[in-house]
Design a protein. Structure first.
Length: 498
């Protein structure tokens, strides 16, 4: 530990001992707040002339003292204001409390509002109460106002340290705190939008005896009492569909999923998903809902429709493009995969040195061509439709082409934001799809689906035609808050061990 920091820690502990010796509880149970700071930051003259007593609770973020007079800044969730502390007003004993305070302490100040001789709007403190003694000095962040703009120096800006010590990031960088206020408001907006369409919010298991609903590797754990392995869910899908079998018609869940996969700017092993299912609709209904929801959030929560994301300007106003995967491949490469000719498609992949997974068929290779040549080129919102059946085990096949399914992914700025199906409700077809996935797993595909017999049994009781949709919430919040890293929108992202 730095010797200067060590000395500061020692001095603060000495102050703590002195506070206790003076009979003061440095961590009292009670506090009284009459106002938040922002409540009296307008109409200042009226507050001053009223001489109305106020009581404010917050953190001391600056203090300076000379003799029997001191100043400081107190900050709460709503704002910051200067405090003026004079011994002839507080009395000698209470002024001694102020002398034993440090920046970072939580305090309660009682007094009235006034302008100092320097014209600074301040609280004239009649009494200060220590609420929580800070034992570790805060990193110094300095501010200076130049031409009406606040300039910050020595910011707490180390990216890795910010993520590991998010509490300091939020404390020292209020603009980062605002991102998570927006995140909360976006979540509220999602619920408001769906509830207006008669969806009900439900909760399904996180610990599951089988994982399914997506192509991903799971995290595995063990339940000691049952002496059985369980999995952290990789998707919400199969349990939500059971609820549609059970008689609900519109359900949604906002919840955590867990995938034992790589980490990068847009992926975290623990992430938030919205999944919803609506009976008696299809892919087109999900397309309309997706576009309407995102436009609603942009307008009602953020207040604009153009965003900068990963260096690209994205406009979500207007009608969104719709195009099939095969048409987009042909548009960007000139290669036509309509006939699903596996020899021709294999040759195309090998020509461009695309690694072909063991057991991959034409459908899988078509998706690899799309990811290689097209995905990054789709900047404005685009619904990519007609996914190969091979990579869509839970979607209905298209009546006019059994190689394709009624599925879309929403691509924005080269990133997937949503995935939707006309959901497969034929239990025999679903079993065949699961068994085909199981064979891929036997060939070494660790992300292939498993056969879920209980889900298949549920389907045999009858599931109505319906549309289903999944939206990665963290990535959507990245777009709407214009952040390029998923770690900026997750309060406590997964980090490598120090």
């Amino acid at each position: 530990m730095d010797s200067n920091i060590s000395q500061l820690l020692k001095l603060r502990r000495e102050k703590l001992s002195k506070i206790i010796e003076n009979g003061i509880n440095p961590y009292p149970i009670n506090s009284q707040r009459s106002h938040y700071i922002n409540e009296f930051m307008t109409d200042k003259e009226t507050w001053i002339s009223s001489e109305k007593p106020i009581s404010v609770c917050g953190r001391l973020v600056a203090m300076r003292r000379q003799g029997k007079l001191g100043f400081g800044n107190i900050e709460d969730i709503s704002g910051k204001i200067q405090i003026y502390v004079a011994q002839n007003i507080t009395g000698e004993d209470n002024y001694e409390v102020f002398k034993l305070c440090d920046t970072g302490d939580f305090v309660q100040v009682e007094g009235t509002l006034f302008f100092t001789q320097a014209g600074e709007y301040s609280i004239k403190v009649a009494k200060i109460t220590l609420l929580s003694k800070n034992l570790r000095p805060l990193p110094a962040v300095k501010e200076k106002t130049v031409d009406g703009k606040v300039i910050r120096y020595d910011e707490f800006a180390d990216i890795e340290l910010r993520y590991r010590k998010r509490y300091l990031d939020l404390l020292l960088n209020p603009n980062h705190r605002q991102v998570f206020v927006l995140r909360s408001n976006i979540m509220k907006g999602i619920r408001k939008f769906l509830e207006s369409r008669d969806y009900i919010e439900v909760e399904t298991p996180i610990l599951q005896p089988l994982y399914g609903g997506a192509n991903a590797r799971p995290f595995t754990t063990h339940h000691n009492t049952l002496d059985t392995d369980l999995y952290l869910r990789i998707a919400l899908e199969l349990y939500l569909k059971r609820l549609i079998v059970g008689g609900f018609e519109r359900v949604f869940e906002l919840g955590k999923n867990f995938r034992n996969e790589g980490m990068d700017r847009t992926h975290n092993p623990e992430f938030t998903m919205l999944e919803l299912y609506e009976a008696f609709t299809d892919l087109n209904g999900m397309m309309e809902l997706t576009e309407s929801l995102i436009k609603f959030l942009a307008k009602e929560v953020i207040g604009k429709d153009t965003f900068t994301f990963q260096g690209k300007q994205v406009t979500i106003a207007g009608d969104w493009k719709k195009a099939s995967m095969i048409d987009l491949i042909k548009e960007h490469t000139g290669f036509d995969a309509t006939d699903f000719d596996i020899d021709k498609i294999t040759a195309m992949c090998k020509q461009h040195k695309i690694e072909i997974p063991k057991g991959a068929g034409a459908g899988k290779m078509i998706s690899l061509l799309f990811e290689t040549f097209v995905e990054d080129q789709l900047i404005q919102p685009t619904f990519v439709t007609d996914f190969p059946k091979e990579i869509s085990p839970l979607a209905k096949a298209k009546p006019d082409n059994p190689n394709l399914t009624d599925r879309f992914e929403l691509l924005i700025a080269g990133n997937e934001f949503a995935n939707a199906f006309s959901e497969l409700n034929d239990p025999l077809d679903q079993r065949a799809r699961f068994e085909a996935q199981a064979k891929l797993k036997e060939l070494g595909d660790e992300e292939a689906n498993v056969v879920d017999e209980d889900f298949l049994e549920a389907l045999e009781y009858g599931m109505p035609p319906m549309g289903g949709l999944g939206i990665g919430i963290d990535r959507l919040i990245m777009l709407l808050t214009e952040n390029d890293s998923i770690k900026e929108v997750i309060l406590f992202p997964q980090m490598k061990p120090e």
